[in-house]
Design a protein around this ligand. Structure first.
Ligand code: ZN
Length: 102
């Protein structure tokens, strides 16, 4: 089974700092279809994106913008974004997970 895990697993606020999957995605990884796994891996690698991260300008993915009811960022602990200028756009997984947990 394909996996983005790089063997640097460390959970921080419900997100793995190694592969940037949420703990929910890791827990359900085996139950996902190949297409679902490919989609998440493409999002993590920046190959699938809805917009650019307002902080680092790299590819970021907001599931809400893609018409879904939930977003991966709902599954992690809320981060303190007070130091970030409000833009209304979601940050990429890397930037959001690097912020302190609120
Ligand atoms: Zn970013």
């Amino acid at each position: 089974m394909k996996s983005p895990c790089i063997g640097a697993c460390k959970s921080s606020g419900n997100m793995c700092v190694g592969c940037q999957r949420t703990t929910k995605e890791i827990a359900e990884w085996q139950r996902y279809t190949d297409a679902q796994r490919d989609q998440i891996m493409a999002e993590i690698k920046g190959e699938a994106s809805s917009h650019n991260c307002p902080v680092c300008q790299s590819s970021a993915q907001c599931d809400i913008q893609n018409g879904k009811q939930t977003c991966w960022c709902f599954d992690i602990e809320k981060r303190n974004t007070s130091t970030i200028e409000k833009s209304g756009l979601c940050m990429c997984r890397k930037c959001l997970s690097s912020l302190p947990i609120q």
